[in-house]
Design a protein around this ligand. Sequence first.
Ligand code: TXA
Ligand code: MG
Length: 318
Amino acid sequence: MKNIYLNIFKANLLNLKKAKKYIKSNNIIGLPTETVYGLAGNAYSNTSVKKIYSLKKRPNFNPLIVHYHDLKSLNNDVILNKNFIKMYKTLCPGPITFILKKKYRSKISKLVSAGKNTLAVRFPKHAVARKLLKMLDAPLAAPSANISSKLSPTSAEDVVDEFKNKIKLVLDGGRCKIGLESTIIDLTKTPSILRQGSITKKKICQILKTKIKNSRHSKVTRAPGQLKLHYSPGIPIFMNKQKPKANEAFITFGKKYKSGKNRFNLSKNNNLNEAANNLYRIMRKIKKRKYKSIIVSEIPKTGVGLAINDRLKKASYK
Ligand code: TXA
Ligand code: MG
């Protein structure tokens, strides 16, 4: 049988060194993080950043997140503030992205922030991402490793599924622990959440000891007619439904749902973290099995359930 995964590499020292070489020569790699896999390149290099936008077919007005190992190198690129320091101390490394004001002298490629004077920064927790970041002398620009508007990848195989052999090296870090993209918080003014995730608003309120808003749309996604559909498996999704039609997959949550051929339970244990972890994997599976549409049962709107509902809503935009 033909091995279709020739570009997936075990994340041992030899292959981490290979990845470092790729990044240094402005090539793009698939990188595991605890949230989802990223499409990573040298954040200082215009060549690398252009390659990321082009591979992803991402509109050039939608900025990228820059990944760091620790605070040391960050100081050259953004203006730190008190709220950031508080959150960094409790949550990092971890599944959260901060929007901060960019410094004029920052070496980050201007293309990363798509003309904005802010920068999205994140400190991933995954051991492989951390090891590689430590070996490099530049931070990594890395959006989720999927074609723009499609499902984020939660395994090395998913990355190859998206890009085939257009990426020559994907570091295998196993299945992502969280499976949903990081929470994004704008700290350039009164803190507001731009994207929900496994770190909830409640948790952040406790840390900052202040009220924070949920911004319904980030400015970059407000561009007319653009980016309304996100996280999409490419078939219609209908939420809060109970009766699947023929050729329709049924995504359920909780023990009250029976199993069946077209039924996919996000968590039989009523566990929202498990559900978040299964969401993209199950939607990919449904797509591969050629179902024509998906209905989803109600999913509790608490904890990470809020982020799951948010992703499903964006995936079902019509
Ligand atoms: O978990 C994650 O965050 C993953 C892993 C790979 O780190 N990355 C990820 O990146 O989800 P991406 O590019 O798929 O989503 C980043 C989001 C985009 O919606 C983008 O609009 C927003 O972050 N963003 C980036 N820079 C921004 C900025 N300066 N201001 C506002 N939003 C920004
Ligand atoms: Mg994405």
